[in-house]
Design a binder for this molecule. Structure first.
Ligand SMILES: Nc1nc2nc(S)n(CCO)c2c(=O)[nH]1
Length: 156
């Protein structure tokens, strides 16, 4: 039986109207079948990690309850990314939005195209801070540490 799980989605945008993009992504998650949005973090302005020569990001994390499978949730996330890339308002030019599945209950998935928990979430302050804001005591199923413990142990 496919009972609901609590999942966490990371949102990030660094081109165009970043706040609009994040708001739209949350709206689209809210109308997703078999899914409720239960918590939305604050929006954090963050310096780009990885490739520095790009604009700052606006990041957030959303908590959902969903009876979608992890794969169904993955296609919902890429569907929202596509929809927002299409909803271009010309004067803003390209828009980017990323939706990353961070956690899916306490499931561990290591498929070629789907790795959950997100493999870099524990190294990303731009994920840990918003996630800690809404779910500090959630356990990371691989490290068996709470988000708060991972963030506290994180210096950078
Ligand atoms: N601060 C920050 N840096 C990033 N580098 C990449 S790639 N991304 C995209 C992650 O999916 C980000 C991001 O969302 N925020």
């Amino acid at each position: 039986c496919n009972n609901a799980v609590t999942a966490y989605i990371g949102l990030g945008s660094n081109i165009g109207d970043r706040e609009y993009q994040l708001n739209r992504a949350v709206e689209l998650l809210k109308i997703t079948e078999k899914t409720q949005v239960t918590l939305v973090s604050s929006y954090y302005n963050t310096a780009p990690v990885g490739y520095e020569q790009q604009p700052d990001f606006l990041n957030a994390v959303v908590e959902i309850r969903t009876s979608l499978s992890a794969r169904e949730l993955l296609s919902v996330c890429s569907g929202i990314e596509k929809e927002l890339k299409r909803e271009r308002i010309i004067h803003w030019g390209p828009r980017t939005i990323d939706l990353d599945i961070l956690l899916y209950g306490c499931n561990i998935i290591n498929d070629t195209d789907l790795v959950i928990p997100h493999p870099r979430m524990h190294e990303r302050r731009f994920v840990l801070e918003p996630l800690n804001e809404i779910a500090p005591l959630v356990l990371h199923p691989v490290f068996n540490k709470t988000i708060n413990e991972i963030l506290e142990g994180f210096y950078e």
